[in-house]
Design a protein around this ligand. Structure first.
Ligand code: HEM
Length: 495
């Protein structure tokens, strides 16, 4: 009996405390309006349940509903409370102030460890500073010959598609980009198409599907449930393949690196260096082998399908907008001449309209249309103060559709990037994320994409019909259908 009374009093005390704290918070802090469709206990978690096509529809729906509510709205995922944000200023504030990633990112930790994408804030600060030199312009210039060589190979591979009607260009771009990133990051050439490399490519593809499935089924968010599932067993097998590849590459590059450091002369120039070499050289003392391997895994994850997806979308859009394609073609010919010569570091700056096309494709269809942050402290937004312990779902697609981009925000119009008077502040472009924890590889990506497109568009005229363009969200936003292109060889006098 005494136990029952003590237990009853304990419950009443906890309940009273909880009510007081909640009330006090509500009085002090006006809360943003709730998003519709909240259910008891699970909150909004149920709206994500479905396939990857549904996931993309949900992000668009969340963006529109949040925008209707003024750019910030309350959401809950089971016990996790948070805010959806489309207001460009608030988005920038959050991404600069809240450097901690929300718990969803921990789903990728078994693969990516404590690397930049998923790492804790303390590790991220140190690693981001140490990795800076690996992404310097001098190092990136050393990759230009790899970009040229791979783009040339891609153009040749596409030759047998000329004049044969619409085809899916995703496999071409995806494998070509994987080769480029593996060569520049690991020093591995994939051309031999050996079993291990095909297995690696497959594993990279499969891990995205596993991560998406885990995110969409909210009961799998809990480790104690997830660790007992078949999906977890599959994840472990996939990660074994991924780690095996990067570990092997690391050991090979490390032994070359040590030999070269023993030999006083004949050091390789930056031209032949990979990300692993630069990281070993600049972060040597501070990074363990595991740190290096994790950062390289992060680079491959972040740089692999992102570039090929932007290229896929940009080519589909160019194929459907012949006037825009003609303008790019004329610029590329003016800068590079008629011949299929290599792109040089001086050319990148001159390819202004091509850059506008790439940015506009990324504005319309950002590869990461949503990212998530978490804050241990209060965060002051324009109209609200988010309490400590809040999660933030930053709807970058929503930011890109915001009225700051003009009444034609939903239209593909690359010219907007060249109209300085009306262009919003560049920090509102979130194609590479925004704020202090944004993409470290954006210059690499732009150089690589400009090289590929300038080779492709010099040789081929592209056509497509994107009226049925449909996307799916599988860790990143990818075209699902309506993106096929057809190619024709250009003649020398093409205008
Ligand atoms: C068009 C291509 C690319 C796009 C659209 C892109 C986009 C992004 C986005 C949106 C983020 C933030 C992710 C988040 O917070 O959840 C990010 C982070 C990152 N990206 Fe990229 N990325 C691209 C290419 C690359 C390349 C080529 C590399 C490496 C060579 C790279 C390396 C990274 C890394 C390491 C991070 C984590 C940065 C940090 O937390 O400090 N990315 N990228």
């Amino acid at each position: 009996m005494l136990h029952a009374v003590i237990w009853f009093l304990f419950c009443v005390t906890v309940y009273a405390y909880w009510r007081t704290v909640c009330r006090r918070r509500n009085i002090k802090l006006p809360s943003p309006p709730d998003l519709p469709r909240r259910l008891p206990f699970i909150g909004h978690a149920h709206i994500f349940f479905g396939d990857s096509l549904h996931a993309w529809k949900v992000i668009k729906w969340l963006s529109k509903e949040t925008d209707k509510r003024g750019g910030v709205a309350s959401i809950s995922m089971g016990p996790h409370k948070g805010f959806c944000v489309t207001d460009p200023d608030d988005c920038l504030t959050i991404s600069n102030v809240c450097l901690k990633k929300d718990y969803y990112y921990s789903f990728a930790t078994p693969w990516l460890g404590n690397g930049l994408l998923t790492g804790s804030v303390a590790t991220w600060r140190l690693h981001r500073r140490l990795l800076g030199p690996a992404f310097s312009q001098r190092v990136l210039n050393g990759f230009i010959s790899a970009f040229n060589c791979k783009s040339r190979a891609l153009v040749t591979q596409l030759e047998d598609r000329v004049g044969r009607g619409p085809f899916d260009h995703v496999p071409y771009l995806s494998f070509n980009n994987l080769e480029t990133i593996c060569q520049t990051a690991l020093g591995i050439k994939m051309e031999d198409h050996s079993a291990v490399n095909q297995q690696y490519e497959q594993a990279l593809h499969d891990i995205f599907a596993v991560l998406t499935e885990r995110f969409q089924k909210f009961w799998l968010h809990y480790d104690f449930v997830y660790n007992r599932t078949k999906l977890k067993e599959r994840e472990d097998q996939i990660i074994k393949v991924l780690h095996n590849m990067s570990n092997t590459a690391l050991q090979q590059r490390k032994s070359v690196f040590l030999q070269e450091h023993d030999a006083a002369s004949d050091k390789p120039t930056d031209k032949s260096k990979t990300f692993i070499d630069i990281i070993l050289e600049t972060c040597g003392g501070a990074f363990s082998d595991k740190d290096v391997r994790e950062e390289v895994d992060n680079i491959i994850f972040a740089g692999h399908d992102t570039i090929s997806t932007v290229l896929t979308t940009a080519l589909s859009l160019l194929g459907s907008h012949p006037d825009v394609q003609d303008k790019v073609y004329n610029e590329v010919r003016r800068v590079l001449g008629d011949a299929e010569r290599d792109v040089t570091k001086e050319d990148y700056l001159r390819l202004e309209y091509l850059e506008a096309v790439l940015k506009e494709s990324m504005r319309m269809y950002p590869v990461a249309p949503v990212i998530a942050r978490y804050s241990d402290a209060e965060v002051k937004l324009k109209n609200y103060t988010a309490p400590a312990g809040s999660g933030f779902i930053l709807l970058l697609w929503g930011v890109h559709q915001h009225r700051i981009w003009g009444a034609d925000a939903d239209q593909f119009r690359p010219e907007r990037w060249l109209e300085a008077a009306t262009l919003p502040d560049p920090s509102f472009f979130a194609g590479f994320s925004t704020g202090r924890r944004s993409c470290i590889g954006k210059v690499y990506a732009m150089m690589s994409m400009k090289t590929t497109l300038s080779f492709l568009l010099r040789r081929y005229r592209v056509s497509s019909d994107v009226t049925d363009l449909e996307f799916k969200l599988e860790a990143i936003l990818r075209p699902h259908r309506g993106h096929y292109i057809a190619i024709e060889r250009r003649s020398k006098d093409d205008k």
